[in-house]
Write a protein that binds this ligand. Structure first.
Ligand code: ADP
Ligand code: MG
Length: 268
């Protein structure tokens, strides 16, 4: 049991708060007392070497992992925990099922339902998890498929879509649940270079036209620099350094950040 605030109050409360979150796999400490606040409408990008814990951060926000220590809050309420009297106790399944609808995620691999059309992929969650009528779910899905430029392919199955097209449907599918927070984990890494632009353009439009809170992991430094409000450089499960894109890319303070950025620049 944890003696922590049951809810975050006040006008400046963050949309997402990691408060002293740790996670180990056996002897390996993947996240080491991570504290990170993300404001409503903020776009935060995590960069860092492979194995530094970037995906783990997103998986914990998606409640795909349990945490060993600390608390994660979303929109002012605890996600990983629930109130029992004046204390927080680990969340039960019911709490997780309800709270996780606040979070949408797109992965490197699209994970579309292969036996459903693009449209059905986008209506499945809203009908079954949110209880929308079929008609309302279809209207919402069509609007989102239009936004990602995929309305012409609404009746195609994933096998007949290109990687970039699948990823755009995956983004529409996640948005159809009307999440408060969207997570993107290397969504262009499995794509051919010539189609990464069609996916990054969709994310760019989301940033400029919607007040969604977003947390993104990417290796595309130029893209991260263009669209992020803040960049966090991860190293060994900790935030080694964070700042505006100008600060972090323009004048990194930490030797580790400098080394990482130099190696990335060399590779591209
Ligand atoms: P990144 O996304 O930064 O490349 P990850 O968050 O995927 O890193 O992984 C961080 C570390 O945790 C890696 O060393 C990885 O091997 C380890 N790890 C991740 N998931 C598991 C798991 N389910 N079991 C054991 N080790 C894991
Ligand atoms: Mg990863």
């Amino acid at each position: 049991m944890i003696d922590k605030p049951l809810a975050l109050k006040g006008p400046s409360r963050p949309m997402v708060r990691f408060s002293g979150v740790s996670k180990s796999y056996g002897d390996l400490k993947v996240l080491d007392s991570l504290s990170l606040d993300i404001d409503e409408g903020e776009m935060v990008t995590i960069i860092g070497p492979s194995g530094s814990g970037k995906t783990t951060v997103l998986r914990m926000l998606m409640t795909l992992e349990t945490i060993d220590d600390g608390v994660i809050y979303v929109d002012g309420s605890p996600l990983t925990h629930m109130a029992k009297g004046a204390l927080l106790v680990p969340a039960d399944r019911h709490h997780l099922r309800r709270e996780r609808t606040k979070i949408g995620m797109c992965f490197q691999h699209f994970n579309l339902f292969p036996h459903m059309t693009a449209l059905q992929n986008c209506t499945e969650g809203p009908i079954h998890a949110l209880g929308l009528s079929k008609q309302d779910a279809c209207e919402r899905a069509e609007e989102l498929l239009s936004m990602v430029g995929m309305i012409d392919k609404r009746d195609e199955f994933p096998a007949r879509l290109s990687g970039g097209q699948k990823q755009r449907v995956a983004i529409a599918r996640a948005l159809a649940m009307r999440p408060k927070v969207m997570l993107f984990d290397e969504v262009t890494s499995a794509l051919d270079p010539e189609v990464t632009g069609e996916v990054t353009e969709v994310i760019r439009a989301l940033v400029s036209e919607h007040n969604l809170t977003m947390l993104m992991v990417t290796h595309q430094m130029g893209f991260a620099r263009d669209i992020s409000d803040r960049i966090c450089f991860f190293h060994n499960g900790r935030i080694e350094e964070q700042g505006s894109p100008q600060e972090l890319f323009g004048s990194p303070r930490s030797g580790r950040t400098q080394q990482f950025l130099a190696a990335v620049n060399e590779a591209f």
